[in-house]
Design a protein. Structure first.
Length: 309
């Protein structure tokens, strides 16, 4: 939710770090720097990284922090212009044609102008992101761009180059103020260089143990300190294994929340086996950790924490 009062862009990297931290998003200096530059230079920000590391959350955080509406385009295979940009309200257009026939209107040019007017235009996310008069420029999240095809990428070039869209029946609609554009990809395929060149780039990596522990402290305040340390240490250890899909930060938060709901104060093999479905999302990975591998990891985690503590 935003209050529709756009707040100023931060004037320094330190201000950017503080702005994000106020929204409980912990960004390292490199990430804060590229966000700051993207905002100041009005360039799209291209974020790559594994699923669950917090790429999408950056757009949501900026929306809250800057008081801008969030427009989200969730990408998927087969995404086309009618779903992403605009389409005509055909039912309303047909009704207008029927009314014109009933009242005997013969001026075809006037009728065509009426049915292809703004009032019959359905704005999809791309067109919404170009803004409307009197509204602050939004944060435009193009999420998981790698799920679309190259044809849709090519279409986005016009949008990202000039922040405009051409509608044959209406002409060119151009943003009065460019939106704040965040593009995310899980790198399931490579994105064309022509699109990347229009953006600033950053690889969002998994947080280190200290950062992830602070995230748990903020996001799951009911999780006791000892359990939080064990959870983070266990997840960090899992990321060193050859799993089909390593757990992201979102899964760490879910696991800590689940364990808190179960009133657990420490990890044990039975609890881990019972709750792995909140942490891992593939049966092969779960089966591997429900056996001796899971107990071995837990033993290592407890040994490491004893040495550190």
């Amino acid at each position: 939710m935003t209050d529709d009062i756009a707040r100023p862009i931060p004037s320094s990297i330190d201000e950017t770090v503080e702005l994000l931290e106020q929204q409980d998003y912990l960004a390292d200096r490199r990430l804060a720097t590229v966000i700051f530059l993207s905002l100041r230079m009005r360039r799209p920000l291209f974020l790559e990284g594994e699923a669950g590391v917090g790429k999408t959350e950056i757009a949501k955080t900026l929306s809250r922090a800057l008081g801008r509406p969030l427009i989200r385009l969730q990408c998927y295979e087969g995404l086309d212009v009618s779903s992403a940009v605009y389409e005509w309200n055909y039912a309303a257009q047909m009704l207008e044609i029927r009314l014109a026939e009933a009242t005997g209107i013969q001026d075809r040019q006037r009728l065509e102008t009426d049915i292809f007017s703004e009032r019959h235009l359905i704005r999809r996310p791309v067109l919404q992101a170009l803004g409307q008069a009197g509204m602050p420029a939004p944060v435009f999240l193009i999420d998981e761009l790698d799920r679309t095809d190259e044809a849709f990428e090519a279409f986005l070039l016009e949008v990202l180059s000039d922040f405009q869209v051409t509608i044959p029946e209406l002409g060119t609609i151009k943003a009065t103020e460019p939106p704040i554009v965040i593009i995310t990809t899980n790198r399931t395929r490579e994105i064309h260089d022509a699109l990347k060149r229009r953006c600033l780039y950053h690889w969002v990596d998994y947080p280190n143990a200290a950062q992830e522990l602070e995230i748990i402290r903020r996001k799951v305040p009911g999780c006791n300190a000892a359990l939080s340390q064990q959870v983070v240490a266990y997840v960090q250890k899992l990321r060193t294994l050859d799993l089909f899909k390593s757990p992201g930060v979102a899964e760490t938060i879910d696991w800590a929340t689940a364990l808190t709901e179960l009133d657990r104060i420490a990890l044990d093999p039975e609890t881990i086996a019972d709750t792995l479905g909140t942490l891992l999302k593939y049966q092969d990975d779960i089966a591997r950790l429900q056996g001796g591998e899971g107990e071995r990891v837990l033993s290592e985690v407890k040994a490491d924490l004893r040495v550190a503590g």
